[in-house]
Design a protein around this ligand. Structure first.
Ligand code: FAD
Ligand code: FES
Length: 259
């Protein structure tokens, strides 16, 4: 983990309130595991806490990484107003990231994302493709307007999309996409998911006895490095035991924590 003033080299609005920002700096060389995040200081004095944002793409060659974020409150609004050439104070990479050790060439894997949980799955997809996996991306969005990265995901594997309002792809949630592809693929070797708690619970329930189901959790964070206990969730085996999402997660095996 390092701290660096990373330079903004690009910023585009992919969809209403959803931005893709490209950052450049030596910190990129530390970013080796998909599913990790960076903790970014908001360049406004009254906003004291850093904001955690997942790494959506990492390119060691030109020392750049991309993040995709949705404007929610003041912090992300300030990020969206930053200009090319500005620098952001970034701490990272943080968190454990996805374990893809067990994935081998030609293995079928499902990568399941919902809404603003989709970004870290793009870098994950790139790594899985490097390993020669056959990837099924099952992405859910509220509507066609807030969809992004259709071409990018399609270049890595087979992309299936669901929208809540039926404005694109299958009408409904990602559970329906699982029902659609599973009869074709059979049991996948591994399942990786990131999204709202409802999506994660549905994935956990669908693949209840599967040995390789990995879920990316989100909790409000303060320090981001395991020191303050702001981000805890409960262990499923013993609810008296707390797990820190920022450093024991954000990725947990299904069944490890209460979602
Ligand atoms: P406010 O609501 O004003 O935030 C107030 C405080 O609450 C801040 O400290 C903020 O960090 C915290 N907070 C608010 N919502 C969340 C949340 N959902 N999770 C954690 N803390 C929150 N969002 C993206 O758009 N793209 C991503 O790739 C992304 N990756 C994330 C990865 C991790 C590991 C976590 C924990 C969260 C991620 N988020 C991501 C959510 C993002 O951190 C929040 O949307 C953002 O911090 C909101 O800040 P704000 O000032 O705009 O909103
Ligand atoms: Fe401080 Fe996780 S945010 S321990």
């Amino acid at each position: 983990m390092k701290q660096e003033m990373m330079e903004i080299v690009n910023q585009v609005e992919l969809a209403p309130r959803i931005f893709e920002m490209t950052l450049r700096g030596d910190l990129t060389q530390e970013m080796v595991t998909p599913g990790q995040f960076i903790h970014i200081r908001v360049p406004r004095e009254d906003l004291l806490l850093r904001r955690p944002i997942s790494l959506a793409e990492v390119n060691h060659g030109d020392k750049t990484c991309k993040i995709i974020y949705r404007v929610e409150g003041d912090g992300t609004k300030v990020f969206s107003e930053c200009q090319i050439g500005d620098k952001l104070d970034c701490l990272g990479p943080l968190g454990n990231g996805f374990d893809i050790e067990m994935v081998e060439k030609d293995d079928v894997v499902y990568v399941i994302g919902g809404g603003i949980g989709v970004p870290p799955l793009y870098e994950l997809g790139r790594r899985l493709k490097e390993k020669g996996a056959t990837i099924y991306f099952l992405n859910g969005f509220a509507s066609k307007d807030v969809m992004y990265y259709e071409e990018e995901f399609s270049a890595l594997g087979q992309l299936h999309i669901a929208t809540d309002d039926g404005s694109y792809g299958v009408k409904g949630h990602v559970g329906m996409l699982i029902d659609k592809v599973k009869p074709v693929t059979g049991e996948p070797k591994a399942i990786f998911a990131c999204g709202a708690p409802g999506l994660l619970r549905a994935v956990e329930t669908t693949f209840i006895d599967h040995p390789h189901v990995y879920l990316s959790m989100e909790e409000r964070m303060a320090c981001g490095v395991g020191a303050c206990y702001a981000c805890v969730c409960q262990s499923k085996k013993d609810p008296k035991v707390n797990k820190k999402v920022c450093d024991e997660g954000p990725i947990f095996k299904a069944g490890d924590v209460i979602i």
